[in-house]
Design a protein around this ligand. Structure first.
Ligand SMILES: *Cc1c(COP(=O)(O)O)cnc(C)c1O
Length: 375
């Protein structure tokens, strides 16, 4: 019997572990030289644009909105299919998230619906590069220009993705990455905002540290009651070790995804994800179950796969159906594609340390479970 195959798992190399030990012995654990170095390396990766790190992409997104001056009375357009953080951060600024549906196959925001959702109160749009598949950035930025909107890209899943040959983060307005352990590279927890005017970058620095600025060894000013979301040097050290491996990790993810498509060919027993192009970083391999043709529920599928030693994820339930968003007036039936994805989605294992044999195991188990479950 093979060991349990989770749907994802980070790869931390021995060199990184040794470097973390050095940081732990250095006497400097909170934000210090490693954070500076990580931000510089991320900036270099993103074409020299400014980068400020935070303790999570959730904080990055919230601070990016605040740095744009978004708050009460404003509206931000958000896809109904994403991790709930995309909408939560808008609510936390006091603004209203205005949901729109996504495309059933790419799972990315429907830009016709986004354009129709623009009102006099709309200040920004938050496209999400779901599963690492880039949104149509040309159309997003053309729409934003037509309506004078800011663009806060939720690129939590898009580290190393590119759009028409340009890296996500190397162009555009404010772009937010996540370094949670499930993402393509990790800093344990962590996030970053790429871009912004010098004033906005300053705002980002204030938001992550008490709204406070130090101008001399004995001189501090606090401009507003800020929170605290500065990265640690331990986290940044892990992030630096991961960034060195990003291209290699993503190349491996692309090969593993290609293997799934190759093994399933045209007759997969479930709806495979859109294939995208070479700019897809394959953050996740998320398929849809044909529930109407099955005698089992998604939960029973997950349990049957677990019994075969395979972990299955669910990314994500449609955001507008959570009680926090029903309370804002959202209802079932408003965003059919997001709702359908929310019901049918299953994330199959995909991470750099997987073997082609592991992919074969997942395909075999899936075929077996779904064959037995056919109506
Ligand atoms: C992971 C994720 C986030 C939040 O990232 P954290 O670093 O965990 O705060 C936000 N949006 C999307 C689409 C994500 O996948």
């Amino acid at each position: 019997m093979n060991s349990f195959l989770p749907f994802t798992r980070p790869t931390i190399d021995e060199q990184t572990i040794a470097e973390v030990a050095q940081v732990l012995r250095s006497g400097w654990l909170a934000s210090g030289p490693k954070v500076k170095a990580f931000e510089a390396a991320l900036s270099q990766y993103c074409g020299g644009r400014p980068v400020r790190t935070q303790t999570s992409a959730t904080a990055s997104l919230e601070h990016a909105l605040l740095a744009c001056g978004i708050g009460a009375g404003d509206e931000v357009i958000v896809p109904a299919m994403s991790f709930v953080a995309s909408a939560n951060v808008v609510v936390r600024t006091g603004a209203r998230p205005v949901f729109v549906d996504v495309n059933l196959d790419t799972r990315n925001i429907d830009l016709d619906q986004a354009e129709a959702a623009v009102s006099a109160r709309t200040r920004a749009i938050m496209p999400v590069h779901l599963c690492g598949m880039p949104v149509d950035c040309d159309r997003v930025y053309a729409l934003a220009e037509r309506h004078q909107l800011r663009v806060i890209e939720d690129a939590a899943q898009a580290m190393g993705s590119s759009y028409r040959g340009r890296r996500i983060g190397s162009f555009g307005d404010l772009v937010c990455f996540s370094f949670h352990p499930n993402k393509n590279i990790t800093s344990i927890e962590g996030g970053a905002v790429v871009g912004g005017s010098p004033e906005e970058v300053h705002e980002l620095e204030l938001h992550r540290f008490h709204g406070q600025e130090k101008s001399a060894a004995d001189a501090f000013e606090t401009y507003f009651a800020g929170g605290k979301a500065n990265l640690t040097d331990v986290a940044a050290c892990v992030g630096l070790g991961q960034l060195r491996r990003l291209e290699e990790f993503n190349a491996r993810r692309r090969d593993l995804a290609a293997r799934y498509f190759e093994l399933w060919g045209e007759d997969a027993p479930l709806a495979l994800p859109a294939r995208g192009d070479a700019g897809h970083n394959w953050h996740m391999f998320a398929a849809r179950l044909p529930l109407e043709r099955l005698r089992i529920s998604r939960l029973e599928f997950i349990e049957a796969m677990a019994a075969r030693g395979i972990g299955i994820g669910v990314h994500y339930p449609a955001i507008h159906l959570f009680s926090a968003y029903r309370a804002l007036g959202y209802r079932e039936g408003q965003f059919p594609n997001a709702e359908r994805i929310g019901r049918e989605t299953v994330t199959l294992p995909l991470f750099p340390a997987m073997s082609f044999e592991d992919v074969g195991r997942v395909v075999h188990a899936t075929n077996e479970v779904l064959r037995e479950a056919k109506r």
